[in-house]
Design a protein around this ligand. Structure first.
Ligand SMILES: [Zn+2]
Length: 75
């Protein structure tokens, strides 16, 4: 599923940039709070979480940090 540019910009706004120890910029999914080293991965996660209400296991494998608390479906 591809997002149009307008929606993609909206998703980008949802991604927080967190500076860990002054070396690595991390990106956090607003929905499940998983942390990624690449903004593209965080966007993929948010897209998946926002659309389906849960994180793709494949995307989550790439996460640096995954919280133990599972998100609830949005509906
Ligand atoms: Zn997520």
């Amino acid at each position: 599923m591809r997002l149009n540019a307008e929606h993609l910009a909206e998703v980008c706004m949802l991604v927080n940039e967190e500076t860990g120890h002054g070396r690595t910029t991390l990106f956090t999914c607003e929905f499940c709070a998983s942390t990624y080293s690449e903004i593209g991965l965080a966007e993929d996660c948010e897209q998946h979480c926002g659309t389906l209400g849960f994180t793709s296991a494949e995307i989550r494998r790439k996460a640096i940090h995954v919280p133990k608390v599972e998100i609830m479906p949005l509906l």
